[in-house]
Ligand binder design. Structure first.
Ligand SMILES: [Zn+2]
Length: 611
């Protein structure tokens, strides 16, 4: 059947950059005779929290042929226009306030514009499967003459003068789902390019920076090529863009089918003459690698619960440990396997992930399956009790992926690996568009275990995985890593006893500065036992003033078991507590390559990490 239904047309213009306002028109050629309803998504796929983007719509007008027509608001993110005569072409015009400097919404000022479709494009009900045409317009004024556009949204073929890929003008999407999956950046970004898997990749950098773009492009090219090789060429997109907002302090990314929106700290980018591989740059490469891996895992291999997305409500799945956790495992793994970082660097990153999980008492209370399901109200809405109550499906999910990979490799003598599971999921779900059922990963693991080992291995690994994601036990990583010639050492993070608290970050730049306010009180720690609470401002220890930077030094002069007197302000009342100091838990993990690991361990290790 040919598609004869008219497309939904949009026009978007940064019409008042200084006031952070985009002007948007949505034009429907054949509005619903019963009264056309329009909705804005309540959340953006990839960030599992209700954000109610419609609150940034600041004015709205419906018209036919320039004449206003009536409409009513149905709920927080829906509007209905009155029934119209046949043949009437309906235009909905509205402004969107865009001043959210994040990867999740929209941001506009006189230096650049950025938007996600979920923030700016109202969806006409009943027309979500129609093609969309978008006219992206330049702001008025001479000062915007040199602005360009970068997006993975395809250019509309029939547009005049549309040959220039970075130009303003007509773009298109097959349907609304695609329309909102291509964020758009406009302004005076710097561009670096590379090719991977026969596909052009752009890195667009907005904001001031001194980035060595050649170095960045060369490193990312290796990472992207490795991932493309893992799933098989050609990659599932014909263009890819890393849309990067460079700021002083910031970190974040959101995945899309052919691009990612990133926020990066200026100092995390590589610079000309950079020596070695600074931690900040490693972490930025890890972020890029993470979002890129999502091109396959979550953008195409999707939970069945997300096919299609319910954009008006929470969209529950118990599988985020597989989509975020496995992606978190592969983000750093891709860096070492592609040769961008050294084995020792990789083990350093892995040790940090293990330490983070062990440092979270909530891992004993919440499984990663429950953490996935409750992401909407817990992981994405963390408070002072979160470390005691929840576990990250990112970090623990990554460790489950690691343990599964090592179990599979060890049991099959290195013939089978997690890579085979990812390829199976890709073939079965990513390439077919069939969503992964809630128990689909367990079944796929059974299949991979059977293929590369035996049916009983498949059953055992599948059962093991189910226990790991539904339970709260710590994973057998020391034993597994030893099999792979990696030494696992657990130590206390520092010398001296501890209160079992975390102070509010940035409270003081150095000893003596700022107030020492408690951010978190850890479950079962000395402070909690003594009655200290989050929000308390530490004033004195044994009568001597406490500063944020000096607390550890004060504690290190004491022994485990010492009773100290701590004064705090709570609700501006001075209160006194007797605290029995406790030993620091041995939850700081360092991983080292065993120098001469033996023939089997050496072979397994090379298969796992390369080198
Ligand atoms: Zn992710």
């Amino acid at each position: 059947m040919t598609n004869v239904l008219p497309p939904v047309r949009y026009r978007i213009r940064p019409h008042r950059p200084d006031a952070h306002l985009f002007a948007v028109d949505c034009i429907v050629a054949d509005p619903d005779p019963a009264g056309q309803v329009f909705r804005l998504p309540a959340w953006i796929p990839g960030s599992y929290m209700i954000r109610e983007f419609a609150r940034n719509i600041v004015s709205l007008r419906a018209s036919v042929g320039g004449e206003a027509v009536a409409f009513e608001k149905l709920d927080k993110h829906s509007w209905r226009v009155e029934p119209l005569a046949q043949g009437a072409v309906l235009t909905l015009s509205y402004e969107v306030y865009a001043w959210d400097l994040s990867v999740r919404a929209a941001h506009l000022d006189s230096t650049h514009g950025f938007f996600n479709g979920t923030s700016v494009f109202l969806a006409p009900d009943g027309r979500s499967n129609r093609p969309c045409l978008v006219d992206i317009q330049r702001p008025d004024g001479n000062e915007y003459r040199d602005w360009r556009v970068v997006t993975a949204l395809p250019r509309a073929r029939d547009a005049a003068g549309a040959a220039w890929i970075y130009g303003f003008g007509m773009y298109r999407a097959e349907d609304y789902d695609e329309l909102i999956d291509h964020p758009v950046e406009m302004g005076r970004f710097a561009l670096a390019q590379f090719e991977a898997g026969g596909v052009r990749h752009d890195i667009a950098l907005t904001g001031r920076h001194d980035c060595d773009t050649e170095r960045l492009a060369a490193d990312l090219q290796r990472v992207c090529n490795w991932q493309i090789d893992l799933f098989g060429t050609p990659p599932p997109m014909d263009y890819y863009a890393f849309l990067t907002m460079v700021v002083g302090e910031g970190y974040g990314g959101l995945e899309h089918r052919a691009s990612t929106a990133l926020i990066a700290s200026r100092n995390d980018l590589p610079w000309k003459g950079m020596q070695g591989l600074p931690d900040g740059y490693k972490s930025f490469l890890g972020l890029c690698s993470h979002e890129y891996f999502h091109t396959w895992n979550v953008k195409r291999i999707k939970p069945a619960a997300f096919t299609p997305y319910d954009l008006a409500n929470e969209n529950y799945t118990r599988l985020l440990w597989a989509f975020e956790g496995f992606t978190s495992y592969y983000d750093d793994l891709a860096l070492v396997r592609s040769g961008v970082i050294a084995l020792e660097d990789y083990l350093g990153l892995l040790g940090k992930t293990i330490s983070n999980v062990l440092h979270t008492p909530g891992r004993m209370k919440q499984s990663v399956a429950d953490s996935s399901f409750d992401a909407w109200i817990k992981y994405y809405r963390q408070d002072e009790n979160s470390p005691n109550a929840i576990v990250s499906y990112y970090a623990k999910g990554a460790l489950i992926a690691l343990a599964l990979d090592l179990e599979l490799r060890a049991a099959t003598g290195g013939r089978g690996a997690l890579d085979d599971l990812m390829r199976l999921l890709w073939q079965r779900h990513g390439q077919t568009g069939v969503g992964v059922p809630e128990d689909g990963i367990f079944d796929a693991v059974a299949e991979v275990g059977t293929t590369y080992g035996s049916a009983s291995l498949g059953r055992r690994l599948s059962r093991w995985l189910k226990n790991a994601v539904e339970g709260t036990d710590d994973l057998p990583l020391p034993r597994l890593l030893k099999t792979f010639g990696v030494d696992y050492r657990a130590e206390a993070a520092g010398k001296g006893p501890t209160l079992g608290i975390k102070l509010v970050a940035g409270a003081g730049a150095g000893a003596g500065a700022g107030e020492a306010r408690i951010a978190n009180v850890y479950e079962g720690g000395a402070a909690q036992t003594a009655g200290l609470s989050a929000g308390d401002v530490l004033v004195a220890l044994d009568g001597l003033r406490i500063s944020p930077g000096g607390l550890d030094a004060s504690l290190s002069r004491h022994a485990v078991g010492d009773i100290v007197e701590i004064h705090v302000f709570r609700r501006d009342e001075l209160m006194r507590f007797s605290v029995a100091l406790a030993a620091q838990p041995a939850d700081s993990i360092s991983l080292k390559l065993v120098p001469r690991p033996g023939e089997r361990a050496g072979r397994l290790r090379r298969g796992w990490l390369g080198g």
